[in-house]
Design a protein around this ligand. Structure first.
Ligand code: GDP
Ligand code: MN
Length: 382
């Protein structure tokens, strides 16, 4: 299980490794609201399971609350290597003197653990290995519990390190070994490991992979507390659906990830955008659909709702009942279009039409999207 940067940093911090102070947010407004904690500015960082965020535009510096909100709005919903950004980490800006590279990785072929370190941090390890091979030191370890700090210092010297920084970095490495062992990690990469102008060693990034086979003894990864979790995502977890907050105006409820992505793409091709990604998964019940509709209705940026379901095993009459039930909370009359196919579809269509809910009975998501967008436009023109 790959952890997000802020989750990885929490493990580092617990191990005594210094990380920048930071807050997780999921909207531009929250970004502006927490800006006061960082008087000299923040780094706004996309939280996705992908590297290379800097190059992809997923990391921005902001010196004012307005800049932070603007950066947050730009980055939220952005796709970085197929990962949609739903959360941001706002961090204090570090006064960077040097960027180092440090990692530990389980070396499956050799059955041991590999420690890698370079003074040329900030760039990918592949680029370091190609462009600055003399700075890269490798150390293979059979038994983590046998590692001693003086051995680490000897290894670091091979990269040209010396003096106080050498001792301080060795101390960080020792803590990383302990963190690696204690949390059953497969990978722990700090790139860059920053030396600040004040001489502090700070983990400015965290790439952490936990061994799935050891997750049974790590309940904490399911519920890593953060200062601000987006309330929609918390409620989605309670409902039992996959949900990512996005920045558009069309709420989507889809029975599968493929249908959801397809709906989002079609919306985009029409110049519109999704307010969320929502996948119900296989276990569709009236309550799950009703709660999902309620969740979308509570989001003020949702101006229309597309329900796009395919029910193989799940009776679609349940879904139809759930939509009607959920829409009792639709006090603002937000337009809704339902496209639903599968098990008991005729009965489900009859129920929806009986409740005067626009229903698309074909496989065409385009048709459903266009009908919804027309209805939404009709409302704003009035
Ligand atoms: P990655 O591109 O996904 O690996 O993201 P990183 O967290 O490694 O950030 C990329 C780059 O952004 C770093 O190598 C730094 O140069 C820069 N960066 C990250 N945090 C800070 C910070 O606090 N201050 C400054 N000035 N630059 C930062
Ligand atoms: Mn990095």
């Amino acid at each position: 299980m790959n952890l997000l940067e802020y989750q990885g940093k929490k493990l580092f911090s617990e191990a005594g490794i210094r990380v920048p102070s930071g807050v997780v947010v999921a909207s531009g407004d929250d970004a502006a609201a927490v800006f006061g904690k960082f008087p000299s500015g923040v780094v706004v960082k996309a939280q996705v399971h992908a590297g290379g965020r800097g190059k992809a535009g997923g990391i921005r510096l902001a010196r004012t609350g307005g800049e932070a909100a603007a950066a947050a709005k730009d980055i939220l919903g952005m796709k970085i290597r197929e990962c949609v950004v739903g959360e941001l980490l706002l961090e204090e800006i570090l006064d960077i003197d040097r960027e180092l590279y440090m990692s530990l990785i389980v070396n499956n072929d050799a059955g041991n653990i590999l420690f890698l370190f370079s003074q040329a941090g900030g760039m990918d390890i592949e680029d370091i290995a190609r462009g600055r091979p003399e700075s890269l030191v490798r150390w293979e370890i059979d038994d983590i519990s046998s590692v001693r700090e003086f051995r680490i210092r000897n290894v670091l010297r091979g990269s040209g390190m010396h003096g106080k920084v050498l001792a301080d970095v060795a101390s960080v490495a020792m803590k990383l070994f302990e963190c690696f062992r204690k949390n059953d990690l497969l990978l722990a990469e700090i790139n860059p490991l920053v030396v600040t102008k004040g001489g502090e060693i700070v983990a400015a990034d965290a790439k952490v992979d936990v061994d799935d086979n050891a997750l049974f003894r790590h309940d904490e990864f399911g519920a890593i507390p953060v200062e601000i979790r987006d309330s929609y995502e918390r409620r989605a977890a309670e409902i039992g659906i996959s949900y990512v907050q996005l920045t558009g105006s069309v709420g989507i409820i889809a029975s599968g990830a493929g249908l959801a992505m397809n709906s989002m793409d079609i919306l985009e091709s029409r110049g519109s955008a999704a307010a969320n990604f929502l996948e119900t998964g296989g276990g569709i019940t009236a309550k799950l659909i009703s709660d999902s509709v309620g969740l979308l209705l509570s989001n003020p940026s949702v101006k229309g709702i597309l329900v796009n379901l395919y029910g193989g095993v799940n009776p679609m009459v349940e879904a139809a009942g759930g939509v009607i039930d959920g829409l009792t909370g639709n006090s603002k009359g937000i337009p809704v279009v339902v496209k639903l196919l599968g098990n008991q579809q005729e009965e489900a269509w009859a129920i929806l039409e009986g409740a005067r809910i626009p229903t698309v009975k074909t496989v065409s998501t385009e048709e459903a999207v266009d009908l919804l967008l027309r209805t939404m436009e009709g409302r704003t023109e009035k």
